[in-house]
Design a protein around this ligand. Structure first.
Ligand code: ZN
Length: 434
C-alpha cells in the first residue's frame, strides 16, 4: 500500500489500521447520516452523543460542553461540543485532533442523497463528507489503531467535535479556547483534520475584516432628484475610488505565506452585497416601484488580509479613501460598521507538529510534504488568538475544491492514507524514541 508498510517499526500499527478500513467507512457514513446543517445548527446534541459513545468505548473520558449564550445558541438549537481525552501511562505531551461537526446547506445539483453516505467506487458521498466528517473519522480510527497497538504511551490524546465552524466557530472552538481547552499547559500539539489534502501541511490562513459601509442621502421625488441627494450615486463614487485606488494597491501586495490557490497570495476584497433605496419587489408582484431618491445605500465588504499586513492599516486604508471623498464630494457622508475580524494565523515551519506531520507524510506517501496556507480561515484563528497555542496545523483527507459543492465526497484510500499519517504522528510524539 505504501512505504510505511515496509517500515518494520510500524508494521503492527499499519496492520491495526488496515483492520479498521470497514470501520472507517461505516463511521464516516454514520457521521454523514446525522444531518448537522448550519444554519440553523441541527442535531449537534445527537452527533456529540454519538461521538461520546464511540470514544468512551475506546477508553476516552468525554465531556459534553454546551456553549451557552454564543451566537445562535437556543434551547431549540443548542451549541453542543464534545471533548474526549485518553491519558497515557506516563507523563508527556497531549496531541489534540479537533474537527467541526457542522455542515453547510445542501444546495442544488446533487445526484446522490446528501445525507445518505453512499459508497460508490471507493468514494463516500454526502454533505460534509470531505468538510470534514471524513477527517474526523480518520482521526478517530488513527487514534484507535494507535491505542490498540501501543496501550503504553506518554502524554495524552484528545479528540473534539465542535460546533459552528462554518459560521465563525464562536459556539465551538472559540468557546472551548475561552474555557481553557486549548491552553498550551494542557495541549501541546493540535491537528485540525480539514480537507487540505493528504500530502499537504496547512500552516495557517489569511486574516479577514468584514464591514458594512453605508452612504447617506436625502429622499425626494424621483422626477426632481436635484431636490434630494442620491445615496446610491455616493456609493458609486465609493466603488469607483475602490476600483481606482484600493484594488490595484491590494493586488500589488504579495505574501510569503504559501497560500493556495496562487491568486490568494495577494490581498483581496469581495463586495458581498449592495442594497440601496426601496426594498425589492416581492416575487410575483406586478406592482411598479415608486419614484424616490434613495437616502441610504449599504455594501458589505469582505477584505482578506495577509500576515504581513496590519489590521489598523487595513481599516485605515479604506477609511482614508472614504475621508478623501468627503473632501471631493459635496454632502458626502458615510458610516462604517465592523461585522467581524479574523486574525491571520501562520504556524512556523519548524514547529514540532509541522515537522512531525511532514515527516509522516513523506514516510507514508513516499514524497515530500507540500506546505500550504488557506485563503479562507478555519478554527486555527481561535486556537492561536484565544488559546495562545501556536503549534497547530490543518491536516486531513479530501479536496478543498469539493467543500460546500454538490456531490461532495471523500475517498476511502485518501482517508486511510491520512489516518496512517495521523497514527504515525501520534507514534512520533507519544512513544519513546530509540
Ligand atoms: Zn471545514
Amino acid at each position: 500500500m505504501n512505504n510505511i508498510a515496509q517500515d518494520t517499526r510500524f508494521t503492527a500499527l499499519m496492520a491495526a489500521l488496515q483492520d479498521r478500513r470497514d470501520d472507517l467507512i461505516t463511521l464516516t457514513q454514520e457521521l454523514i447520516r446525522i444531518p448537522t446543517l448550519n444554519p440553523p445548527g441541527d442535531n449537534y446534541l445527537e452527533i456529540c452523543e454519538f461521538l461520546e459513545r464511540r470514544l468512551k468505548a475506546s477508553g476516552f473520558e468525554a465531556q459534553m460542553i454546551r456553549a451557552y449564550g454564543t451566537p445562535g445558541d437556543t434551547d431549540a438549537y443548542p451549541r453542543w461540543n464534545v471533548v474526549a481525552r485518553r491519558e497515557g501511562t506516563r507523563p508527556g505531551d497531549c496531541v489534540h485532533f479537533t474537527s467541526h461537526i457542522d455542515v453547510v446547506e445542501v444546495g442544488a445539483g446533487w445526484t446522490f442523497d446528501p445525507f445518505g453516505g453512499e459508497l460508490v467506487d471507493g468514494k463516500i458521498y454526502g454533505r460534509g463528507a470531505c468538510d470534514m466528517k471524513g477527517g474526523l473519522a480518520a482521526s478517530i480510527i488513527a487514534a484507535e489503531a494507535f491505542l490498540a497497538t501501543y496501550p503504553e504511551f506518554s502524554g495524552a490524546i484528545e479528540i473534539s467535535g465542535t460546533a459552528d465552524e462554518e459560521s465563525g466557530g464562536y459556539g465551538g472552538v472559540a468557546y472551548l479556547a475561552e474555557k481553557g481547552f486549548f491552553s498550551p499547559q494542557k495541549v501541546q500539539h493540535v491537528i485540525i483534520p480539514e480537507p487540505l489534502q493528504k500530502d499537504r501541511v496547512c500552516l495557517g490562513h489569511r486574516g479577514g475584516w468584514w464591514a458594512e459601509i453605508e452612504t447617506f442621502g436625502e429622499i425626494a421625488h424621483g422626477s426632481m432628484p436635484f431636490l434630494g441627494d442620491c445615496a446610491v450615486r455616493h456609493m458609486g463614487a465609493v466603488l469607483n475610488t475602490f476600483e481606482r485606488h484600493l484594488f490595484p494597491a491590494m493586488a500589488a501586495r504579495r505574501t510569503d505565506m504559501p497560500v493556495v490557490p496562487e491568486g490568494a497570495r495577494s490581498s483581496t476584497m469581495n463586495i458581498n452585497s449592495v442594497h440601496g433605496g426601496q426594498i425589492e419587489q416581492l416575487k410575483g408582484s406586478t406592482a411598479l416601484p415608486s419614484p424616490c431618491v434613495p437616502d441610504s445605500c449599504r455594501i458589505v465588504i469582505d477584505r482578506r488580509y495577509l500576515v504581513e499586513e496590519d489590521i489598523d492599516n487595513v481599516r485605515g486604508e479604506i477609511i482614508g479613501l472614504l475621508d478623501d471623498l468627503k473632501e471631493e464630494r459635496p454632502k458626502f457622508d458615510y458610516a462604517v460598521k465592523e461585522l467581524n475580524h479574523i486574525i491571520p494565523s501562520m504556524t512556523d515551519k519548524e514547529a514540532p507538529i509541522v515537522r512531525t506531520v511532514a515527516q509522516a507524510i513523506s514516510d507514508v506517501m513516499g514524497k515530500e510534504a507540500e506546505y500550504v496556507a488557506s485563503p479562507g480561515s478555519y478554527d486555527q484563528k481561535h486556537i492561536d488568538r484565544i488559546g495562545k497555542l501556536k503549534n497547530c496545523i490543518a491536516y486531513g483527507p479530501g479536496l478543498l475544491e469539493l467543500a460546500h459543492k454538490p456531490d461532495e465526497y471523500v475517498g476511502v484510500d485518501d482517508m486511510m492514507d491520512s489516518a496512517a499519517v495521523m497514527a504515525r504522528s501520534l507514534a512520533a510524539l507519544l512513544l519513546p524514541q530509540d
